[in-house]
Design a binder for this molecule. Structure first.
Ligand code: CDV
Length: 312
């Protein structure tokens, strides 16, 4: 019996620095309506979907920095997105910059949430793999200051029973790490949702610029195949405040095949009717972890007879 779930991947075009939250949210609402009109039950937005990707520039002033973050979710500007989701009967994944106050301490995270069609918060994820650095790079045409502006996520990789399957979340750079998919798959994930802001130029490694699209798709396709999962990756694409970012929003089947892909660098919706049962041939056979993983042989090198310890 197929388990169909119609998913929309809502690529975002650039969001200018001066764009207000309510303007950004109205673009998301527009895409949500379009997704529902296509019969989708779930829409996936990108990483930091409510603003320009501010880690691309240096911000000294604490108040100025905090203005990029959401203190509550839903909040005054995002409530309309939740209301529209409930009205339409569609769930969503949303990435945003989160300012949390925990035990009277302010913490900043790069966060995503999964919201049910009735507006209920199903789960939250805080980005674990933060790329870039914490210092200003004067010779770079733009910065990547995620290590300065965000703390490493403290919620781990979780998967939730939702939308008729088991759904996991990650964010952008996480998609390049095999352990992201593996931990999610070990938790049973059948569908992995992620958003990304990926420049098409790597300032300190320009020699691999031409491989940006390839490495992006390679990571998601291998993650999907080796873990028997659907993967939905959604871009913030195009030239945003002088930074050119890749598109290549994609829906990938558990076979590793791309079944839908964006063709622009603008707001663009791609839609696919995913059969969640297509995970079965992989999860039950080739990549049946219980039967075929050889965890007992994956010891650290240093504990194997005669082996040299790994270099630090
Ligand atoms: N937002 C990101 O995490 N971007 C990184 C870039 C900086 C390499 C990525 O892995 O796509």
């Amino acid at each position: 019996m197929p388990r169909f779930l119609s998913i929309a991947a809502a690529q975002s075009g650039p969001i200018a620095r001066r764009t207000s939250r309510s303007e950004a949210v109205s673009r998301l609402v527009e895409q949500m309506r379009e997704a529902r009109a296509c019969g989708c039950e779930l829409i996936v937005f990108t990483e930091c979907a409510l603003t320009a990707f501010f880690p691309h520039w240096w911000i000294d002033d604490e108040a100025e920095l905090e203005a990029w973050f959401e203190r509550t979710m839903p909040g005054p500007d995002t409530q309309v997105l939740f209301d529209e989701a409930v009205r339409l009967g569609i769930g969503f994944y949303l990435g945003y910059a989160e300012l949390a106050v925990e035990n009277s301490v302010k913490r900043r995270y790069n966060t995503s949430i999964l919201v049910a069609a009735d507006g209920r918060m199903i789960g939250k994820y805080r980005k674990i793999h933060l790329p870039g650095g914490a210092d200003y790079q004067p010779h770079h045409p733009f910065q990547n200051l995620e290590k300065r502006y965000f703390e490493v996520g403290d919620l781990g990789f979780q998967a939730w029973r939702a939308f008729g399957g088991i759904v996991g979340m990650c964010i952008c750079n996480d998609r390049r790490w095999p352990e992201t998919y593996r931990v999610l798959a070990l938790r049973g994930a059948e569908l992995i949702l992620l958003g990304y802001n990926t420049p098409d130029h790597i300032p300190d490694q320009p020699e691999i610029d031409h491989l940006c699209d390839f490495h992006h798709l390679l990571s998601m396709q291998s993650g999907a195949y080796q873990n028997g999962c659907w993967v939905v990756g959604v871009a913030k694409a195009g030239v945003e405040e002088g930074v050119s970012q890749i598109g290549q929003t994609a829906i990938i089947a558990p076979s590793g095949e791309i079944v839908a892909r964006s063709s622009t660098l603008k707001d663009e919706l791609i839609v696919y009717r995913c059969d969640l049962d297509l995970v079965k041939p992989y999860k039950e056979r080739l990549f049946n972890f219980e039967k075929h993983r050889r965890i007992e042989h994956y010891q650290p090198i240093a504990t194997q007879t005669g082996a040299t310890p790994p270099e630090e």
